[in-house]
Design a protein. Structure first.
Ligand SMILES: [Zn+2]
Length: 121
C-alpha cells in the first residue's frame, strides 16, 4: 500500500442511527469506510475511518450528510434566539455564529448534535 493511503478519521459518532446514515451517505459516493471504537478521549464512542484516497470526496460530503441527519436542528440556537449552551442572546450576530460568551460554534454539527441529544423529539 502506498504511503499516502494512511487511514484518516472523517468524523465520530455514538448514535447507531447516525453511524448508519454516515456509512450509507459515504457509500453512495463510492467511499468505503470502517467503523472503529474511538481511541480518543472525546465523548463519541466510534470513529468513521477511511482510506486517505477518499479524503477529498469524504470531506466534501460529510457536512451534507450531517446536515441531513440534523435537518430538524439547523443551528444550536433556541427558539428565543439564544445560545443553546449558555443562553447568550445571539439574535443580532451574523451567521455562522461562534457564541461570544461560551465559544461554541453554533452552526457546527457537534453543537447541533448536542442540542438534538438534549431535546430528543
Ligand atoms: Zn454560548
Amino acid at each position: 500500500m502506498p504511503e499516502n493511503d494512511e487511514p484518516i478519521i472523517i468524523t465520530s459518532a455514538s448514535n447507531r442511527r447516525d453511524i448508519e446514515q454516515i456509512v450509507y451517505g459515504l457509500h453512495l459516493r463510492g467511499v468505503r469506510v470502517q467503523v472503529v471504537e474511538s481511541q480518543s478521549s472525546r465523548s463519541d464512542k466510534y470513529d468513521i475511518v477511511l482510506d486517505s484516497k477518499y479524503a477529498f470526496i469524504a470531506r466534501e460530503a460529510i457536512y451534507g450528510i450531517w446536515d441531513a441527519i440534523l435537518e430538524d436542528y439547523p443551528r444550536a440556537v433556541t427558539l428565543e434566539g439564544r445560545c443553546a449552551f449558555c443562553k447568550y442572546d445571539v439574535r443580532s450576530l451574523p451567521k455562522p455564529t461562534v457564541c461570544p460568551e461560551c465559544g461554541v460554534d453554533l452552526d457546527s454539527p457537534q453543537a447541533r448534535r448536542a442540542m438534538r441529544d438534549k431535546h430528543p423529539s
